[in-house]
Ligand binder design. Structure first.
Ligand code: NAP
Length: 279
């Protein structure tokens, strides 16, 4: 231990990590709020995860974000796991506490809800079923948060049906699994529609779920934010739906971590969006 104040450090661990927008995001806030701290990307191999996590607090780190492929594995090294991280089975935010303990949290669901609340203030998730495409890590956080918001039914469809069945087994009977070839059918009378898969992302497979049954009153959102206006969002907008892009989820999920690490609750603003988009 040193007896003089240290500059707080944070960062994101993943592999690869060079594409991450988190350094631009947190760097923007550090500068905006005049906080003497730093946030850096760290490309860490799976075999080095434990040794790095044990060393970071000693080097002055107050916490870090966690991205693919370490989101599940970090739970094994956490001393305290929040209820939502335990429910989701993955963490995206670690807090290195002054008592030496590692606290693991998952803020993806928080970011998802905060983004919709801000961008679609009339969104009422408890009013009607939700349709969720995909059953990976992002889906777990989103399904958990929709259940918490009182959504009466969550229709789930995934290319690999077994993964959707696993979510149903874990989250209960409000989750209803649809076959992948019938994913379009689950849109009927759903007022929340979410793509949680990587379909539609630049360089990945095209989003091809038929949208004929989409309700024009639905709020439609996508976790993919490259491009910002995905094919799903463009088509849904043309059908009269309220559409919300995935960048806002990324910005909002970062708020709780920044607050815990640097002691200031940051705001999600238009200039933050512009800075992260330009990074
Ligand atoms: P993941 O656990 O690897 O899951 C990927 C999902 O995409 C699975 O449901 C997978 O289906 C589906 N998928 C991939 N390729 C497919 C294809 N060719 N056809 C049909 N389905 C396909 O990844 P994740 O962590 O959930 O992340 C998913 C996406 O969300 C990524 O693009 C990630 O960048 C984004 N994300 C965004 C935010 C944000 O803040 N906006 C936060 C978290 C994640 P199978 O199970 O059949 O493979």
């Amino acid at each position: 231990m040193t007896d003089h104040p240290r500059i707080p450090l944070a960062g994101v661990i993943g592999s690869p990590v060079a594409h991450s927008r988190s350094p631009a995001l947190h760097g923007f806030w550090l500068k905006k709020y005049g906080i003497r701290g730093h946030y850096i990307p760290m490309d860490i191999a799976e075999g080095d995860l434990e040794i790095v996590l044990r060393a970071l607090p000693k080097a002055g780190f107050v916490g870090c974000n966690v991205t693919i492929p370490h989101k599940e594995a970090v739970l094994a090294f956490a001393d305290v796991i929040s209820d939502r991280a335990a429910l989701i089975g993955a963490a995206n935010t670690l807090i290195f506490r002054a008592d030496g303990k590692i606290h693991a949290d998952n803020t993806d669901g928080y970011g998802f809800i905060a983004n919709l609340r801000e961008a679609a203030p009339n969104w009422k998730p408890a009013e009607a079923p939700a349709a969720v495409i995909g059953a990976g890590g992002a889906a777990r956080a989103i399904v958990a948060s929709l259940l918490e918001m009182g959504c009466p039914e969550i229709r789930l469809s995934n290319r690999t049906r077994a993964r959707a069945e696993t979510l149903r087994a874990e989250f209960g009977a409000r989750v209803v699994v649809y076959d992948w070839v019938q994913a379009g059918n689950m849109l009927e009378d759903a007022l929340t529609v979410v793509n949680t898969s990587s379909l539609g992302m630049a360089g990945k497979a095209e989003f091809r779920v038929p949208l004929d049954a989409l309700n024009p009153r639905a709020v439609v959102t996508d976790v993919v934010y490259t491009p910002l206006k995905t094919k799903l969002l463009a088509e849904a907008e043309a059908m009269g739906c309220t559409v919300v892009d995935g960048l806002g989820m990324l910005l909002h999920q970062a708020v709780p971590g920044f607050e815990r690490w640097f002691g200031h609750r940051p705001e999600v603003t238009a200039d933050l969006r512009a800075a992260v988009l330009g990074a």
